[in-house]
Design a protein around this ligand. Structure first.
Ligand SMILES: Cc1ncc(COP(=O)(O)O)c(C=O)c1O
Length: 372
């Protein structure tokens, strides 16, 4: 039996349930029109500059990509005023999480993260056979940095902080983050654990009061890794490209571990162009801010409990329906949302903020479902 050959840590794995593509749902349900509000993509689409860069580079795809992502790192270095030696790139935040696990996690290690935070951290810990230490959230569904620092012990190798958090949309303030980093205890190796600050939704959250920019903490915290992605506000989810910042020593180990051609040629060109596209960022921030205000008003009118979000998605409570049932009913109406069972939130659903007409449609269908 092949099972006997599979690594023990992989035996208990369930496949990651991704938001289904629009075409799949159309085919499966025989629907003509489907709106995807499931995976926190940018409803305005990709940066035009990125699309132009893809077109300009399309004939070059017979070449391997630049293994070092030189031009993309230069663009990131210029944009964030950090040396290229402090920057690494990967095939999305997903690969970054896995690379960090491969570099740092041993089976005897403990990995600390918050309940109801991005599920890929737990999967990475499990993949390496490490122990996941899951810390309850505070009231209001935010990370509890004090409890997380307390949960760090002798065996703690790494701590994940998602800021803002997916799927709750909540965030921790600059003062909280500073205190957390300062209070983090040393482990049995006589060093502080690696702190991974996942800022996948940074560009949306930076509009919030007291939201911290993780890069400000890099100098004084050599064990800090901050990472972001081109999948969200830059609209390049389909190309798979993310980037991270850390001390030269950590970047060096990640560079040694990653597959040599992890960021493909078109992704590198598109991302380097997108990072220059400040107009796309501003337009997307403006849209999401205005549409969140519209959706909050509508949720309130319909008496549907929801969490205020610093990102481009909103988590709402669909009780007495279960999230899975709500998701299925919404799907039949042609709107793809995301139920939250795997986040241990069975009565909640996450929706991505769309274009105004998409949000109006969502509210119409929401009302129809809850009033039935
Ligand atoms: C909090 C968070 N981190 C990381 C990711 C990974 O994104 P990607 O692999 O597309 O860069 C996501 C995607 O949904 C996310 O929500």
């Amino acid at each position: 039996m092949i099972k006997k050959l599979v690594r023990k840590t992989c035996l208990g794995f369930e496949p990651y349930i991704a938001g289904k593509p629009v075409e799949t749902i159309k085919r499966e349900l025989g629907l003509k029109s489907v709106v995807k509000m499931a995976s926190n993509e940018n409803p305005l689409g990709a940066s035009k500059k990125a699309v132009k860069a893809v077109k300009e580079n399309i004939e070059k795809i017979f070449f391997y990509p630049d293994s070092n992502s030189f031009l993309l790192k230069q663009a990131l270095s210029k944009r964030y005023r950090l040396p290229a030696g402090n920057i690494f790139t990967a095939a999305g935040g997903d690969e970054i999480i896995e690379l960090i696990a491969k570099v740092f996690f041993n089976p005897e290690d403990e990995i600390v993260y918050s309940k109801h935070s991005f599920i890929r951290y737990g999967m990475a810990a499990k993949l390496m056979g490490s122990k996941a230490v899951v810390v309850p959230m505070r009231e209001g569904f935010t990370h509890d940095p004090e409890a997380m620092a307390k949960a760090c012990g002798q065996k703690t190798k790494a701590v994940f902080i998602t800021n803002p958090n997916n799927p709750t949309g909540t965030y921790n303030t600059k003062a909280e983050l500073a205190k957390f980093l300062k209070n983090l205890p040393e482990n049995k190796f006589g060093v502080k654990p690696v702190v991974i600050l996942d800022e996948a939704y940074f560009e949306y959250a930076k509009l919030e009061k007291d939201y911290p920019d993780g890069l400000d903490f890099l100098k004084s915290n050599p064990n800090l890794i901050v990472f972001r992605t081109f999948s969200k506000i830059y609209g390049l989810a389909g190309l798979r490209v993310g980037y991270g910042f850390s001390s030269e020593a950590i970047v060096d180990y990640i560079e040694r571990t990653r597959p040599p051609f992890n960021v493909n040629l078109l992704a590198q060109a598109a991302a380097a162009a997108a990072i220059e596209d400040t107009e796309q960022v501003k337009k997307s921030q403006k849209l999401v801010k205005a549409e969140k205000a519209f959706l909050y008003k509508e949720f309130t009118k319909l008496k549907v409990p929801f969490l205020k979000s610093a990102a481009n998605f909103i988590l709402f409570n669909c009780a007495p329906l279960k999230g899975k049932e709500f998701f299925a009913r919404m799907l039949k109406e042609g709107v793809i949302t995301r139920s939250m069972d795997e986040y241990d939130l069975p009565d909640w659903v996450r929706m991505t903020v769309g274009l105004h007409r998409e949000n109006v449609l969502f509210v119409k269908k929401l009302e129809k479902i809850i009033k039935k």
